[in-house]
Write a protein that binds this ligand. Structure first.
Ligand code: GLN
Length: 208
């Protein structure tokens, strides 16, 4: 509907449902009217005011995004200012540089819209998946439940990138303008802080 905000969650692969719910809850809290939809095809991606790229398996995601010809559309729109939140595999997809802790170079197509270097599967087998409480001062949280699932880590951060949170001496949540990324899964935390930042950016974007 005209005048209503539209946020899209990409469905190439990954945990879509939790992001739909978290984004709707973020809108409700902020009193923003709008809809949260799933998107996959270039024309669907062309009609949203912000986009979320969920976690999952980043190589599968990249391949599907390429096959549907959506990868280039997302890249172009994000470079033109479309707000985006990438979580876990979604963060890998946003990154400028990526390698895998075990196999090294991955050659997977990535968007290159977030100036970071990411190491995939960074925590090894023993700490495959875990959750910790971490402070996120930039979002006024003393304690945020961060769920890591075969998570990447951010090993290098470009000068234009703000680090929002760290864990074990590495950045785990970053922001470069309206491009947001987390190595953990905020949609599983029960706290919509990150989704609220994205919705706020989407509102600004839709008014420009
Ligand atoms: N290990 C996955 C990858 O490298 C990411 C895992 C996740 O998104 N939960 O693509």
């Amino acid at each position: 509907m005209e005048g209503q905000l539209r946020v899209g969650v990409t469905t190439f692969q990954g945990d879509v449902e939790e992001h739909l719910l978290a984004t709707r809850e973020a809108m409700r809290r902020l009193g923003v009217r709008g809809e949260v939809v799933t998107v996959k095809l270039p024309e669907e991606i062309g009609s949203v005011d912000a986009i979320i790229i969920p976690g999952g398996e980043s190589t599968v995601m990249s391949r599907l995004a390429q096959r549907t010809k959506s990868l280039d559309v997302i890249r172009r729109r994000v470079f033109e200012g479309l707000p985006v939140l990438g979580t876990c595999a979604g963060l890998i997809f946003l990154a400028s540089r990526v390698y895998d802790r075990v196999v090294g170079e991955t050659r997977q197509p990535i968007l290159g819209v977030l100036d970071i270097t990411v190491e995939r599967n960074s925590y090894g087998r023993q700490r495959d998946s875990f959750e910790v409480q971490i402070p996120i001062p930039a979002l006024n949280r003393d304690s945020f439940r961060a769920v890591f699932i075969r998570a990447p880590s951010i090993v290098e951060v470009g000068t234009g990138v703000e680090v929002l949170a760290t864990y074990a001496e590495r950045a785990v949540a970053v922001r470069q303008g309206s491009v947001l990324g987390t190595t953990f899964h905020p949609e599983l935390s029960g706290d919509t802080a990150f989704h609220e930042v994205l919705v706020t950016e989407a509102v600004k974007y839709s008014k420009r």
